[in-house]
Design a protein around this ligand. Sequence first.
Ligand code: UDP
Length: 382
Amino acid sequence: MQLIAVVGAGFSGAVVAHELAQRGYRVEVFETRSHVAGNCHTERDPETGVMVHVYGPHIFHTSNELVWNYVRKFDEFMPFTNRVKAVSRGRVYSLPLNLLTINQFFGKTLSPREAEAFVRSLGDSSIEEPRSFEEQALKFVGPQLYEAFFRNYTLKQWGISPAELPASILKRLPIRFNYDDNYYNSRYQGMPKNGYTCIVERMLDHPNVAVHLNSVFTRSMAADYSHVFYSGPIDAWFGFNDGRLGYRTLDFEVERLEGDFQGNAVINYCDDTVAYTRISEHKHFSPWETHDRTIIYREHSRKCEAADTPYYPIRLINDKQLLGRYLERAKAESGVTFLGRLGTYRYLDMHVTIAEALDVVNGFLECEQQQRAAPCFFVDPL
Ligand code: UDP
């Protein structure tokens, strides 16, 4: 039986370990933290009894039926629709930008068709190919909505002017000319009844899988395994030899209170006068449960230093150049496949992470069948 090492016990690592174990491989999983599930980790707060998204809010959504069916093998998914609210200049609005937001913000009663024409008239039509987040916003929603909802929030979140950020970040958010306030366009959405950590534990609960927590896996250990699937930070694999890739990290100001604090799971704070970006009230992620007490996280974003948990890959030009150098080094490696958010240095939602991990397994098995070495990447991280 072949011995495989999987580095990282987030969704990437857990899916690979599970799938290979099912096919008769022996798998050893190495996780530096004291728990599995990576940044999706959930745990019940002993004081309030609320299921907490320890590393910030994770809402499962996908239009990929295969992924939706896959995750539901490991836990029941409860109905949950993310309906975010935003505070801007002392007023509460509905997000993503929709007909209610537009009508409230401009004090109008526009119909969908009127709103679309109105917002188009606000947009800067001289911008043909938006090259930045700011240009993307100015082209599609104009300066008023950009200033009120995106500019300061983005500055707080990324620590960089939206004029320097890629347009792709804003493209994550839809704008709607109806009253649909669902944050996502995905076909399926829900919350695991027992939390994400339970899902990952069930994936890893297999006689062929051994999980080592609090364990660092170094490149020199790779020789003991027939293949390594590495979902840790790609720069760490190479000992940060060329420098560190830039990430944002998050700090959470935690507070426990009685009753209902804000009446919603997530409220964004779009003004620069408020230091945090958003407040998550975790019991609202499990609306099927009842709790008298509540726990809230005020979320602060800052530059990720060496000892911090990396969250969002920044991917500015200098980061991409550095990533290019690591990719060159990676291509000279054999017996290792890099995957996941940290392994490929990309901003990935959970459903994409899972879909890609399943693809990696299929690609690996195909290589095995054809008796050729598996590549170091199954996607292009650039
Ligand atoms: N964003 C914003 N204002 C908001 C919400 C989001 O400007 O009220 C921008 C911000 O730059 C953020 C990006 O849109 O990084 C993507 O938002 P999303 O909610 O997808 O971020 P995530 O949930 O991944 O933190």
